[in-house]
Design a protein around this ligand. Sequence first.
Ligand code: FES
Length: 68
Amino acid sequence: MYVCICNAFTERQVRTALDQGVRSPAGVFRARKCAPQCGKCVPTLRQMVDRHQAQSVDAELALPLAAE
Ligand code: FES
């Protein structure tokens, strides 16, 4: 599904950028080598960034438990 219509990038492409270390909506645009146009996708990007970071923290916290 498209996240940004103006720049034609998809949810999958955003997830790939996040997996590669992008930590902000601006970083997603930089990774895609484009710039925001209308800005309507920014709240969705922010939500995806926040969710990805929360999942990363959950995964880090789960590691010590899994190792025990
Ligand atoms: S939908 Fe992303 S800048 Fe317009």
